[in-house]
Design a binder for this molecule. Structure first.
Ligand SMILES: [Zn+2]
Length: 88
């Protein structure tokens, strides 16, 4: 079960999902991280990852009005899961 990373409340709600494209400024950007027709990994692309590869981001809120996201970032054969808090 996904708990809020800010208050630990278990009532969380998925709000949106989008992809972030690979950063073309990265010296070894991978073509897998770039969208075709505005989609990456089959979901709409909403920006640049800042990493060599693209990412998938899921945004949530909790019932105590906190907002946070889970980011699945591919990097050197591993998938990082990054939790980011957003301003409420
Ligand atoms: Zn919360």
């Amino acid at each position: 079960m996904l708990h809020c990373p800010i208050c630990n409340f278990e009532n969380t709600h998925l709000q949106s999902a989008y992809a972030l494209e690979a950063d073309s400024r990265q010296r070894k950007s991978d073509s897998e991280g770039f969208s075709e027709h505005g989609e990456l990994y089959g979901i709409p692309s909403g920006g640049i990852s800042g990493w060599r590869r693209g990412a998938v981001v899921l945004e949530f809120n909790c019932e105590n009005s906190h907002r946070f996201s889970l980011r699945f970032q591919q990097h050197k054969g591993a998938t990082f899961v990054i939790v980011e808090e957003a301003a409420s």
